[in-house]
Design a protein around this ligand. Structure first.
Ligand code: HEC
Length: 136
């Protein structure tokens, strides 16, 4: 019964309001995925921001600690800065600096998103690659 109630609640809160939902993934879909798509397309020319999988690979390389990674993502989304970026400057040249998400979502929601991103995408130990591009 408890499980059923929980499932019902989860379903209801998901469909009723994404804002009240504590699911990091639903929040990511609502707040970030319009720019950071989840799957790298064959044709990357229409991208308006680096796909999130590429972003997270670079977060992982710079911040192997999950705690630091969560902190970085939360801080960056509110205060994007060229000298804080983990992607190479060519990304900022191509897409422009990310617009601050301040006012677009609460610190709590952003924290849920960051935790979900780190849990979902970070591998340990980080995969090293030669390229410092966020697209692949
Ligand atoms: C309006 C489009 C847009 C939205 C919405 C957006 N981003 Fe971004 N984001 C960008 C662009 C463009 C870049 C690449 C340039 C840069 O690094 O600032 C970027 C880069 C990033 C980076 C990598 C920064 C780095 O080190 O270079 C992170 C992390 C990130 N975004 C997280 C988020 C999260 C989390 C959200 C949702 C709360 C979000 N973004 C919403 C456009 C967006």
């Amino acid at each position: 019964m408890k499980t059923l109630l929980f499932t019902l609640f989860a379903l209801l809160s998901f469909t009723a309001s994404v804002q009240a939902d504590t699911s990091g993934e639903a929040l990511f879909d609502a707040k970030c995925a319009s720019c950071h798509i989840k799957v790298i397309p064959q044709d990357t020319s229409s991208l308006i921001a680096p796909p999130i999988i590429g972003v997270m690979r670079h977060v992982n390389m710079t911040y192997p600690s999950q705690k630091e990674a969560v902190k970085f993502i939360s801080a960056y989304a509110m205060h994007p800065q060229v000298n804080k970026a983990v992607c190479q400057s060519q990304k900022i040249k191509r897409f422009g600096l990310m617009p601050s998400q301040k006012g677009n979502l609460s610190e709590e929601d952003l924290h849920s998103i960051s935790v979900w991103l780190v849990k979902n995408y970070l591998s340990s130990p980080p995969k090293q690659t030669g390229s410092k591009s966020c697209n692949n």
